[in-house]
Design a protein around this ligand. Structure first.
Ligand code: GLA
Length: 428
């Protein structure tokens, strides 16, 4: 009997917590909140272990991202202008352009693919933009040897005003599994007072029980210190607001590339296989930065062990864009199996050194020059905790030049807004 009462109570609490914002004027929300809080107190007093169970993830997180996910997402270039034709075109281009050979796998439709819910509450794709339906599109993407991703939101509405998943997490996860979804980006608009960890845990549980392996990309913009809890819940988590296609500055809720970079400097300790900080998607090829700046953006994201999610039009890449996005040496740093995110080990004014250890005793180093003029820079072996007398081979990952048996330090000239990115291999 007690179990029955507690289970009813739990359902009421869950419903109260998931009332869609549209249907819940603030007074109602307050009442629901107060009731939920009182009921939760009762529950906790009666059976603390049971109350806790609502947040427990029984199944372990599937190990789907031993290295940072690589792919393409529609948002940075196309925003709400998504369609089945666009997705097919981008999948074709990923396979034909060398991107797939370079390691890119996921084709992710961001916001605005959804239209409504049917009488049973199932999410419905926009029939005009996706006349063939999501399943056929996922099948097409899979037929190319690629993986397929979708976007939803933990609130009542997505950021683009489409139906969110609040209160429908299990139903949506089952639908994604039926469609063949491999990756879910899960956003944070219209969530009101929801607790982020709890909200993302519900979707994580739903995905784990869906019968399909689905990567969970948490996107709450770093608002609730996701680095402290998200590793148990998802495979990657956004650490900031949105990126915009520019070197520096802020525009509404979006930040320039170097502003985002600065917010990553202290986060290295939280990253590792299957748990990645996500400084947002790439802007390489979208036109707002110079080629040198895009090389810096790509190099720094690789140093951060960031997910490499291209955000440009893959069907119209110029030679530089393709060269940058498919630089195998830089990608190998991003995908290094040790999974150690770079630290900023030195900074003086507008000059910085970022470094990360790689598997097998190698190191990746970026000498970064934010200033308006070229700068001579160097990294000393002891800054990398290597013996000063050590000899190492140093490969410049952009020019491809290898310098053999370098002693003690590596020096070079770094272009304005540019990087020197090297891989240091001790000679034993
Ligand atoms: C938020 C996210 C973006 C994008 C948009 C879609 O702003 O942070 O990455 O998904 O929503 O509306």
């Amino acid at each position: 009997m007690l179990a029955f009462v507690l289970s009813r109570l739990r359902t009421v609490i869950q419903k109260a917590a998931h009332l869609p914002e549209r249907l819940a004027p603030s007074s109602l929300r307050l009442m629901a909140g107060a009731f939920a809080a009182a009921a939760a107190g009762l529950l906790a007093a009666a059976a603390p272990a049971f109350a806790h169970e609502t947040l427990k993830l029984d199944a372990p997180k599937p190990a789907l991202a031993s290295t940072p996910p690589m792919g393409w997402n529609s948002w940075n270039k196309f925003s709400c202008n998504v369609s089945e034709q666009l997705v097919r075109q981008q999948a074709d281009a990923m396979a034909a352009s060398g991107m797939m050979d370079a390691g890119y796998r996921y084709i992710v439709i961001d916001d605005c693919w959804q239209k409504s819910r049917d009488a049973d509450g199932n999410i419905v794709a926009d029939p005009e933009r996706f006349p063939g339906g999501i399943k056929a599109l996922a099948d097409y993407v899979h037929s190319k040897g690629l993986k397929f991703g979708l976007y939803s939101d933990a609130g009542s509405l997505t950021c683009g005003g489409r139906p969110g998943s609040a209160g429908r997490e299990f139903q949506d996860a089952r639908q994604y599994a039926k469609w063949g979804v491999d990756y879910l980006k899960y956003d944070w608009c219209s969530t009101g007072p929801r607790n982020a960890e709890a909200a993302y845990t519900i979707m994580a549980k739903a995905l784990r029980e869906s019968g399909r392996d689905i990567v969970l990309s948490i996107c709450e913009w770093g608002n609730n210190q996701p680095e402290r809890w998200a590793a148990n819940v998802g495979h990657l988590w956004r650490t900031t607001g949105d990126i915009f296609d520019g070197w520096e500055g802020s525009k509404a809720w979006a930040l320039g590339m170097v502003n985002i970079l600065d917010l990553q400097a202290e986060l290295w300790r939280y990253a590792g296989p299957n748990q990645w900080n996500d400084p947002d998607m790439l802007e390489v090829g979208n036109g707002g930065m110079t080629t040198t700046e895009y090389e810096s953006h790509f190099s720094l994201w690789a140093m951060l062990a960031a997910p490499l999610i291209a955000g440009n039009d893959l069907s119209k890449m110029d030679a530089d864009t393709r060269r940058i996005l498919t630089n195998a040496d830089v990608i190998a740093v991003d995908q290094d199996p040790l999974g150690q995110q770079a630290r900023r080990i030195w900074k003086q004014g507008e000059l910085e050194i970022w470094a990360r250890p790689l598997k097998g005793g190698e190191h990746a180093v970026v000498l970064f020059n934010r200033s308006g003029m070229p700068a001579g820079m160097s990294v000393d072996w002891d800054q990398l905790n290597l013996p000063a007398g050590l000899k190492a081979d140093v490969k410049d990952l952009w020019s491809k030049k290898v310098t053999r048996h370098v002693h003690g330090r590596y020096s070079g000239t770094v272009a304005s807004h540019g990087v020197l990115m090297v891989r240091i291999t001790p000679v034993l």
